[in-house]
Design a protein around this ligand. Sequence first.
Ligand code: GLN
Length: 484
Amino acid sequence: MHHETLLAARDAIASKKISSVELTTETLSRIAQVDPSLHAYNEVLGDRALSIAREVDSGSRSGPLAGVPIAIKDNLCTSFGRTTCSSKMLANFRAPYDATVVKKLEAAGAVIIGKTNLDEFAMGSSTENSAFGPTANPWDVSRVPGGSSGGSAAALAGSLCAASIGSDTGGSIRQPASLCGLVGLKPTYGRVSRYGLVAFASSLDQIGPFGWTVSDAALMLNVIAGHDPKDSTSANIDVPDYLADIDNPIKGLKIGVVKEYQSMGGLDPEIKASVEAAIKTYQSLGAEIVEVSLPNSAYGIAAYYVIAPCEASSNLARYDGVHYGHRTSEPVSDIIELFSKSRAEGFGDEVKRRIMIGTYALSSGYYDAYYVRAQKIRALIKADFDKAFEKCDVVLSPTSPLSAFKIGEKSDDPLAMYLCDVFTVTCNIAALPGISLPCGFTTGAKPLPIGLQLLGPAFGEAKLLRAARMYEQATDWHTKRPTM
Ligand code: GLN
């Protein structure tokens, strides 16, 4: 395959070692062969992809991603194909416009090859909450790829694209990257436009890339970052060239190790050992390890699982069978019954659970006890990070407490599923950038990838990527591929 990495694929096309049509055709036939056992894609856009590839080959389309097949999560609006959010509610929805990220990718010459599976409306950590069935992990197809961007992660890990796009509200890029042996980057809130991303929890949602390497993620961020007048929360801050200094190690890098994480239960011992080995690697590269304290992170999950459902309950009110979405064909006697039957039929269990929790927490009498308190915790978590970044450049932790678990293992236990997000949610709560990169494998008959997470200060992606690249240059985990 010519997409061992995104950069390699891009350069192979640019130097005419392979044409975009050849690479796209090769990718489509691999999808036909492998995706029936993965279900990474909700929809493959073969004809359209090939016609874009022809434009690249004829020279009428160019850019930093010219000709490479890219997969995008199916909660990004596209004027072509369907945008389903893996929900029965939107199973036939055709968006009238392209998300800004989609526009930017295509303006950069990318060949969008398909829309990937996700947990319904991006709610979940395993991609099992899809109305169209789960996605499997290419490292072991009996296991989950993580979620909610599990389709985008599995599509890349299975070599069914050269890079992919996900969204991350509480870890949905970093956790599946960790479980699939990839680099996953969640940019600072406001770094990438959310215009055309179907909203889950608007104060937390952010779009970001998956790549095999830190440089691939940097190239993708170069293309998708930047201010967008169509998203009032996007930041009007210059976008540096994230690839420019990526290979230059940071002199005197200070890595923050979180005091409270040392005594945390629920962390797989093999993951703990891999992360400790990564700390040693950084030390051998000259980095200084400093202890930092994030005392309020212990309340991160509790605050997240109030704030995210509250915002979701409001955002998902539009799916009533009239404004948007599935409409019941059962007889109804009034509009309220039409709404409630349509919503009962259109949404899956996890989405209903979130809507009910959010509606409850926002209702009068409970608002102060839940929503307001969660917002206070949010401010405290943010203040903890501000303090930590006075002492260090990046904060290091595991990405996920567990490696890929079996499909079905946690589907009846929502709380166990929520605990997968312990290390990832605080990054969204504090609106920071975070990256997950491969740092080892479990032992056992089928070794499973382990991920290392680095968090940086707001708009510190350049530093974060360089710090991640230092580790990557010293190790070879990122070169491992599943055999499929
Ligand atoms: N697993 C988290 C949740 O279920 C995060 C989801 C996400 O980042 N989209 O809400």
